[in-house]
Structures are given as C-alpha cells and as structure tokens.
Design a protein around this ligand. Structure first.
Ligand code: AMP
Length: 280
C-alpha cells in the first residue's frame, strides 16, 4: 500500500525514520507535479534500485520570478498519485508552503558560478530557489539517493555541487532526458502549449539535431555553428540562449568535442522551454 501525505511533516519523518531503522534505502524524486514519463522514469529508476521511493509534489514559489507562471503551473494531485504509484512510488508527499517555508524561516542558499549562466541569466532567482527547497527536502527526508533528470542538466550539476559543498550524505543521480515520439523534450509545461504552437516548440529539438549533424560532418567551430543555428531560428519563438558548453563546469567551449553539449532556452507565447543534449 502506497502512502499519500498532504502536509503532515511529522508523520512523514516518523514513517521514514522507522524505515531507516529497518535498514531500507530511501530514494527521493522531487517534482513540481503534473507528472509525465520524464518523472516516471526517475521513480522507476529509484524503484529498480530497490529504494523505498518518496516522491514530492510541490510547486516551489522561491524559484519563480514575479512575472513567471507560478499561479498557472498545471496541477492534478490525484493523477500524480496514481502515476507515481504505478511507477513504483511508496510514498507521495504534497507539502504545504508553510511546511518548507514557515513564517520564521529566512535562510536561502546562494549557489556559485554554475548558476550564473544559461537559465540563471534570465531567471536569477531560479537556482537559489531550487537549492533552497532541495536542501530543505534533503534535510527532512534524509534520502540515501536522489534522482534528477538530465532535462534540467544545469540543475543537476548545481545540486551535485551543493551536495558536495555541504557534505550532504546523499547520492545525487542523473537520469536520461525523456522525449515525446516527435523529439519534444517532455515537460509539464507542454500542456500549456497551444496546439498551433506545438510545431514551433520543436525548434529546440530540430536545432539540436542540426548541431549533431553538423558535428558529425566535421564542424568544430562553436561560434560559427552557433551563428548559423541562430540565423535559422524561426520567428514566433523567442530564443533565450543557444550555447555550446562542456558537461562539468558548464563553461563555454570554442572548439566542439564529443562531450560538448548544446543547451537551449526559449519562450513560446509565455511557455518556458528548455532542452539540451550531447553532440554525440
Ligand atoms: P519538474 O517537475 O519539472 O521540476 O521536474 C522534476 C524532475 O523531473 C527533475 O529532476 C527534472 O529534471 C525531471 N524531468 C522533467 N522532465 C524530464 C524529462 N523530459 N526527462 C527526464 N527527466 C525529466
């Protein structure tokens, strides 16, 4: 029987502490809900690793800017519970805002240079907000393992850095990006795309494919390829960034290599889209 907890932080901690005493490994999958197969793949991985799997569903206000989509972020708690359980979750937790940010709470995490690039430029509050909520979650749940998707490659790198910098006793595990059949990176926000925008949303994936093809044909000049891809960027979808970076410190590269990743961020009629992939 899977457990569903609405708030009830004390109960959550009691359940998990009993399991820890019993020697269970705890796997944790934080989400903002409106689950799709990208989330399910993380839950399945935790289940397959033999963990008691905790999924959280929480739209974290701290990571949203004042003009962003906090209030319109899609939600369906019942469906999220069903999908989580079907994927192997043992416990799904829906905290209230005050469970994570009680009125007296003040302390926020300030990530370093990894957070000042890519999504961090246009969304300065984003990674401090994510680190601040993830650290709270880690300290409440005390997971042995935490699973994050490579869809949010920068987030994964920042959380790994935070775990190392703060000596957190948790294994941060990256899991592959899941795509729709046509290549669109799965995202809860895709539900907010107008049907007529769906094709434009594929611009990110098409650009990745074009970059990979160019690399396979011998292109090694990052700036030349970036310029060419930006010239082909269509009207109607606003490009935030298109960068070639190495996968560890996320520094820009001048010369493309097999492990170079292309990173893309864009807005399409108010819907935030991101994507990334290695060139090979
Ligand atoms: P979110 O609910 O968007 O905050 O995402 C929760 C977790 O699911 C994060 O670790 C994401 O990286 C991961 N995730 C979201 N979309 C995908 C995807 N398409 N493929 C793999 N993981 C994903």
């Amino acid at each position: 029987m899977s457990i569903r907890l609405q708030s009830q932080t004390d109960r959550l901690r009691a359940v998990l502490s009993e399991l820890r005493v019993a020697g269970r490994t705890i796997g944790f999958v934080p989400t903002m809900g409106y689950l799709h197969y990208g989330h399910r793949s993380l839950i399945e991985r935790s289940r397959d690793d033999g963990c008691f799997t905790v999924v959280s569903v929480f739209v974290n206000p701290a990571q949203f800017g004042p003009d962003e989509d906090l209030d319109t972020y899609p939600a369906d708690h019942d469906r999220d519970f069903e999908l989580s359980v079907a994927s192997g979750a043992d416990l799904v937790w829906y905290p209230e805002r005050t469970d994570l940010y009680p009125p007296e709470s003040q302390t926020m995490v300030k990530p370093g240079a990894l957070a000042d690039r890519l999504c961090g430029v246009s969304r300065p509050q984003f990674f401090p907000g994510i680190c601040s909520v993830v650290l709270r979650f880690f300290n409440l749940i005390k997971p042995d393992r935490a699973y994050f998707g490579e869809k949010d490659f920068q987030q994964l790198a920042i959380i790994k850095r935070m775990a190392a910098d703060f000596y957190l006793d948790v294994d941060v595990i990256g899991c592959p990006l899941q795509r729709e059949a046509d290549g669109l990176a799965m995202s809860s926000r895709n539900a907010r795309l107008a049907p007529e925008d769906r094709d434009l949303a594929l611009t990110l994936y098409r650009t990745i494919t074009e970059a990979r093809t160019a690399y396979a044909k011998g292109e090694r000049d990052a700036e030349a390829l970036r310029t060419k891809l930006k010239e082909g960027w269509p009207q109607g979808i606003e490009l935030d960034y298109l960068d070639f970076r190495e996968p560890v410190l996320l520094e820009e590269v001048a010369t493309l290599a097999a492990d170079t990743r292309i990173f893309l961020g864009a807005w399409l009629n108010g819907v935030r889209l991101i994507d990334n992939d290695a060139l090979t």
